[in-house]
Design a protein around this ligand. Structure first.
Ligand code: GRF
Length: 223
């Protein structure tokens, strides 16, 4: 199954990149995208949540953005949910799908449909701390640096090629909440920056690698 997404524009300017954002909750990263979209050359065509009545949906509605709920509890299996989600996404015909706090595991067929056109933000310096409770696990591991990553989505959970990272020093008196808050503040800069690079046609995934300005990058881009 191949996606119905339009090819990415090489450069934009007059036609902003069209983005669909997938959320599951509060949507502070969504808010950062809403606030920066006009100056970063993209527009949010729609916001889709797998949970009804979350704050992120209210944020989108307040900004005049179309919202949809595709409730995973209404679908007996992952394939059925993913098919409904793909239909909701494709109705917006976006150039890029952004997972911003979207807390569902996706089927390989779904991921393949949006290959090279779907990114996720994850609150750790991947490949460290894939999965949940990243801040707690970073503190338990005693790392000196923590942070956030934006990566292309592949079938491997939190395992796709990393585009960019924001690094945060861990302080001696950090607890989970303090560390999470500092990382989240950096996420709000990191994610719009990566979407802007997309909008400018500077980013691509090829051969399982990230290409930036026509060159395969050896390290995630700093942000
Ligand atoms: C962020 O930390 C994001 O990295 C993770 O979930 C959190 C979502 O926060 N995937 P918000 O909903 O954007 O406020």
């Amino acid at each position: 199954m191949r996606g119905a997404l339009r090819p990415l524009p090489v450069t934009t300017g007059t036609t902003p990149l069209s983005v669909v954002v997938l959320i599951s909750g509060g949507g502070t990263n969504l808010q950062a995208l809403i606030d920066t979209a006009p100056r970063r050359g993209f527009r949010i065509a729609g916001v889709i949540s797998n949970r009804p009545a979350v704050k992120g949906l209210a944020r989108a509605a307040a900004a005049g953005i179309a919202t949809r709920v595709v409730d995973h509890t209404a679908h007996p299996d992952r394939a059925g949910f993913d098919a409904a989600l793909a239909a909701a996404i494709d109705a917006f015909a976006p150039d890029l799908v952004v997972l911003a706090g979207f807390m569902r595991i996706l089927t390989p067929a779904f991921v393949d449909r949006y290959r090279g056109r779907m990114i996720n933000i994850h609150p750790s310096l991947l490949p460290a701390f894939q999965g949940l409770h990243t801040h707690r696990r970073a503190l338990e591991a005693g790392v000196a640096e923590h942070g956030a990553s934006v990566h292309f989505v592949t079938a491997e959970l939190d395992g796709g090629p990393v585009i960019a990272q924001a690094r945060v020093a861990v302080e001696a008196d950090d607890d989970e909440d303090r560390l999470a808050a500092r990382v989240l503040a950096r996420e709000h800069v990191l994610l719009p920056q990566v979407v802007e690079w997309f909008a400018l046609g500077r980013l691509a995934m090829r051969d399982g690698r990230v290409w930036f300005d026509g060159t395969a990058i050896a390290q995630p881009l700093p942000c």
